[in-house]
Design a protein around this ligand. Sequence first.
Ligand SMILES: Nc1ncnc2c1ncn2[C@@H]1O[C@H](COP(=O)(O)OP(=O)(O)O)[C@@H](O)[C@H]1O
Ligand SMILES: [Mg+2]
Length: 290
Amino acid sequence: MSDDRESTTRGYGAGEVDSVISVEEVVRQTAAIAEEISLEQLDALVEGEPYIALNDLVAGYGQMHILHGINLRLGRKQSLCLIGPNGAGKSTVLHAIFGFNNIFSGSILIGEDGEQTDVTALSPSEKLEKAGIAYILQDKSIFPGMTVEENLWMGGFLKNQPAEARAAAESVFDKYPRLAARRRHQAKVLSGGERRLLEISRALVMNPELLLVDEPSIGLEPRFIDMVFEILYDLQHNEGKTIIMVEQNAKKGLEFADIGYVMVSGKIAVAGKGSELLENPKVGELFLGG
Ligand SMILES: Nc1ncnc2c1ncn2[C@@H]1O[C@H](COP(=O)(O)OP(=O)(O)O)[C@@H](O)[C@H]1O
Ligand SMILES: [Mg+2]
């Protein structure tokens, strides 16, 4: 996939910055603009009722605390993008929601209209099966020696019947002819963009409600980046999926998402509409290439 990698990306954001700021400096400056964020402020960004809520979540790996009390609110069919310096804990938020790491305290609630389920302690397969949460891996998650259709069937491993997984895979092929044309090819011959499409669509086989997407643009040529965001746009606006994404390309992520949170050192530093964060001069300077 290295052939798709942009060779010119420097610093943070869209790769347009002239001077590269060190991660330490970005952390320091982000911490300096961190605000006290109230739950009312987070609720005000939600369209309707929150569909997913993280309450004062403390989580990490082993005994190590990485997230120090994260609150998050997102309505159904909305999208939220986490941005922030490397190591801020963005991926860890997705991991915590999906159940990949240890949660020390706090809760994760899913559902609306008084039908909220506490999913904090569910395993990843329970999250997928019972709560409709799907995690789209950050790169290199497909099986290169398997065909495209075999990879898709794998996405249905929790279905009771293989026939159900196959039927779900067919509806994915109906939706993405580009993938259908290559269904019997080994996944390793796909272009970077097609591979990302396969990663996303494999998650769709289980028909999830909530998609957790870690760095959808990473390693892709610009034209494929646009394609991936168009696919995610379609999933949100036409298929009604709720999306939480992490995106190092902060400009693309904030242009896409209804809501943006800036994270630093395991905390939410700034929260606003995606469009507001795009206009925020300090966020611009730190993450949008000036
Ligand atoms: N599997 C892991 N085991 C131990 N520590 C980890 C693991 N994954 C990430 N970390 C640590 O957690 C912190 C946050 O990482 P991460 O959530 O990946 O940051 P981001 O996605 O914002 O770049 C970092 O200090 C990182 O070293
Ligand atoms: Mg990450």
